[in-house]
Design a binder for this molecule. Sequence first.
Ligand code: TUI
Length: 322
Amino acid sequence: MAETVWKNNPVCRQLGIDYPVLQGGMAWVADAELAAAVSNAGGLGLIAAMNSNGEQLRVQIRRAKELTDRPFGVNLMLMSPYIDEAVKVVCEEHVGIVTTGAGNPAKYMDQLTAAGVKVICVVASVALAVMAERMGAVAVVAEGCESGGHVGETTTMALVPQVVDAVTIPVIAAGGIADGRGMAAAFLLGAVAVQMGTRFLTATECNVHENYKAKVIAAKDHDTIVTGRTLGHPVRALKNAMTREFDRLEKDPNTTQEQLEAMGAGALRRAAVEGDVKNGSCMCGQIAGLVKTEDSCETIVHGICEDAVRLLRRNPFSASEV
Ligand code: TUI
């Protein structure tokens, strides 16, 4: 039923998926199991290459191939120390789809496209979206600053329609989307698919530490903070002892960049793997306040698409029933 609605969706056709829902490439979180679960639900799952060296990434890719026959991808975090090895392994393992984030992918575009990889660039500005199209990206993810993790300066509401007007390739909206209302709104802004991170953080199949999941589920609208602007890589995470102290030090003129870098190093791993949600970095988006349950990837993907279709078909001038 639902598949029929999306049959001609440009992102579904381009990627060979049933539902226009991508999972964000969350570092230390998005492993083969999560990616395969999202892909098995008909969306596009992605393995985060950020925290793996080449061989560790190869293991994850091979594991995902065992767990799903559906298309899945790899997210390349361009600031990763392992980026060169990750690109090589992605090409060798014939991964069909890559998303890139946190930088300009120019250096890797030719290598990836020559290997037959479809590249989707995650962008936070119109300028990079235009550049991505020129460099051969098959789509862009326009990611607003409501997102978790590394963020730009523009909100999803402002960014998505401007990117839609600037490029001819499909635009996937991200940042602040966790349910059918957000998906429907993104489509009205001109996006033809959505990417979600925070919603998948609490998925049953997500292996992030249970303390982290519980903190996301307990979070309210005001519970995230952006730190790291002075270092040139602003990051949104939940407020806790670590991010509050980071924020304080960042505003103190006596703090050195080295002190801040040292404080940030390993913080995401500490929260996501060790479960230290006080002294670690629990990256997540502003929409965490809406995420109240742990659901399977199938429930998430099917539910959001069903709700979005219902809302997009509804007479918008009738009394609200969301
Ligand atoms: O990449 C993300 N989100 C991330 S990466 C990450 S791992 C990390 N860990 C510690 C510190 C910093 C990062 C956690 N979350 N999203 C995609 C994204 N890309 N958002 C914003 C951008 C972006 C920003 C600036 C893309 C390009 C850009 O500038 C490109 C240029 O050089 O023109």
